[in-house]
Each structure stands twice: as C-alpha cells, then as structure tokens.
Design a protein around this ligand. Sequence first.
Ligand SMILES: [Zn+2]
Length: 449
Amino acid sequence: MTAPTHTPSLLCPSLRRLLSMLALTATLAGCGVTRPYYSGFYLDAPTLQESDRSEMVVYLDAMIRAEKIKGLSFSLPGGKSQSIVPHDETSPPTIDWLPLPVLFATRFILNPKLKGLEVDLYVQTEADGYTPVTAIQELDGRVRIQMGAARKTLLPEGGAPTPAALSARFGIGAVTADDRQWQPIELYALEQALGLLAPAELATLSSLPFVRKQRAERATKSLPPDKVWGLYEGNAGDDQPRRIFLYDTKEKHENSLFIGDPGQAYPIVTMCLLHEMGHALADFARIQAYRTRNQQISQHNELVERWNALLAADRLQGAERDELKQKLAQIRAESDGYEPQFMQTKRDYDRSHGPVHATYRRVRGPDRGPTEYGRTDIEESFAESFALYKADPAALRRIYPEVHDWFAAGGHLQALREGLGAHAGLLDKPATSLAQRGSGAVIEDAQRK
Ligand SMILES: [Zn+2]
C-alpha cells in the first residue's frame, strides 16, 4: 500500500492496526474499479479512545487543507447534515467537533484505494459502545458518512429467540447444533433474515433445516474450508434434505460490521444467512423437479414390488390385479407427462444455472459484483445482491439500480414461477415445518456445492 502523503509518522497502536487492516482491504479491492461495490471483507475494528481523536483530526484537517478530498459530507443522528468539502459559509473550519466514530470511519474510507466502496461499520468506543456508521467513497472520490445512534449491546432487549421458536414461526426445518452451538447473536440474525423475506420467498425455505457447525468440510469455489462462513446444500432426495449451514467466522467479526442503514442495522451474520437463502430460492425449481420425479419413481417402484410379490406368491389375480395394473398405467402416464418439464428444468440448470440466475444475469449485465465475493460467478453475485436487496436496499440501488428495481418488481419470483411451471402454486403456500415426506427411492442425489 502506498501511504497517503499526510500520514503522521507517530501512530497510536489502534491506528496502526487500522492501517494494516486498510492494507488488507486495498489488496482485495485492487485498482481500476469501475462499479461501486459493497464490503465483504473481514474486519476487527479496534475500540477507540478519546485519546485517538487528535491524530485523526490532524490527519483529516491536513487532507482537507491540501485539497486532497473532493467531497466530504456527514449526516448525524437527529437529521443533522454537514458538508465540509466543498466548503461553504456553513462549513466549520475544522472537523475536530465530529464524533469519534465519524472521524474513524472517515479516516478509514478516505484511502484512495477504496474508491467505490460502501462499508457498514460498528465503531466501538469506550464511552458509548457500538456506533453504526455507513461510510461510502463514491467512484469520483467524494465521501459520505452516515452515523446512527450508539448502542451498548448488539442483542435486542428481549434477548435472542430459541431455535424451536424460529422453526415454528417461519416454517423452516429444525435449527440444530452439530459440533457448535448457535450463539444468541446468530439466532437473532436468523430471525432478522427470515423476517425480511416475503411469503413467497419464505415458501422456498419450507422445512429447510439450519445447522450450526464449526467449519466447512471442504472448499467452496474460491474459498478454502476455514474461510467458508455459510453453505447451502441442495439435495433433492427426501431422505437427505437440503440444508443451510452456518460456520464459525473470524472472532469479533459481528462486533465490527453490520448490514443495513445505520438507523436500521442488522447483524452482519444476517447478510451471510440471506446469501444462503438466496441460493436456496434460486435452486427451488430444480429441487421441485427432482422431488416430483423421485416421488413418481418411488410410487412406481412400490407398485412394481407389490406386483412382483403377488406374482411370486401366485396371488396376482382378479380385482387386485386389475387395480394394480390401472395404478401402474396411471403413474406411468403421469411420469411421461411430466418428463418434458423435468428435462427442460434440468437443461435450464445445466446451461444457465436455472431461470432465476439466467434472468438476473440479463438484468445485471456484464459488470461483476456487488461485493468482492459476488464477482466469483453468477450464483454468488445473485446471492450477494439478494442479501443486499433484503437488508440494505439503498446499497444495492447504488451499485445496481436495475437489479434493485428488478427485485422490487418481484422479477426474481416471476422467473422462479416460470421455472416451477405446474408447481408455481408452491410459492403461494405458507411455509410449513411439518415432517418431511416419507423417504422413497432417490433417482439422483443432486448435490450442488
Ligand atoms: Zn454462496
């Protein structure tokens, strides 16, 4: 990282840590960003003390005097807004009056290598606890800082919901612990994520279990196992349902970042969980196609078994024989009738990752994002955009206005309905956590990721 020209040479330890963090981020972001983006990096922000103020003020005042800052505006709790650059008659001569969290966020986002970035930071101070601050550096270098009200704790007053309460309220499957317990902040984050979903979106998660595990068993796309924070596993077989996993993340990660507006801050874990829910939604037509096919095959196999058993016992005769024959003919006809839609769905997913991703790709265009990780491929891009649309729609609008409007118009659900064909009515059913259907023969265990 090239140090900004006005960096004072004496840094207190917390700011030294801040600068090393900046270096990491800058490496990730790289140069030549042409599209705004949202942060997706790990962060462990230091707890600030009042003694940190003078260094930040000296630095920022020097930057302003040297006209290194193209634009700098703040909005503070209570609706107070102030522009420092460009200077006008209302602009104060220095920025020493600004709250500590705002100074920190400004110092952080002013790095020339963070052009285009939005980051939602919890700035921790000894006096006030956690202060949510949104920091944005536009592509032209203008910086906008928005601060919310400080809070002493990140959990709501009533505490976190229980796993059983979440399953019952939202109709998802069991919320269970594998080799890790759900932390209260994670249960709260899951509640927030599910609460942000529209009924049709929630219907795609019907009976889907959520599992807390220490770490992923294998690498996922560009990430090694210890960097995977969440995982959607898409099994089509009834005996091995699809699942969403939440794994450990870097310690204190959830104390340093949030997602949303500073006036409506959600835990950063909510973004991870919404991301996985986005995968589950986009995969729903494929899952339904395989489920339907599996059920038809299992019904057919059961009838054939009965037929063979009766035949072996020399009892295949009369009305029972006729009934079995008729049922077999019926299930074969159903299966044949369903075959074209099944093959079409399979082709759609093989070729373009299904109807939701295909439509999303057209709306989004070729610019990859909306986060670093969203640049991986179209599936990760969709999942990140879905999470942003739900928890921080303003952030998505800044990056992909067309994608924001597509979600707002229900474009993702329309694409899914078309992909579901005869099963589109499933989106209108309330999610239910009732037991899985009985297990049957599995034609193909379509595991993805
Ligand atoms: Zn993903």
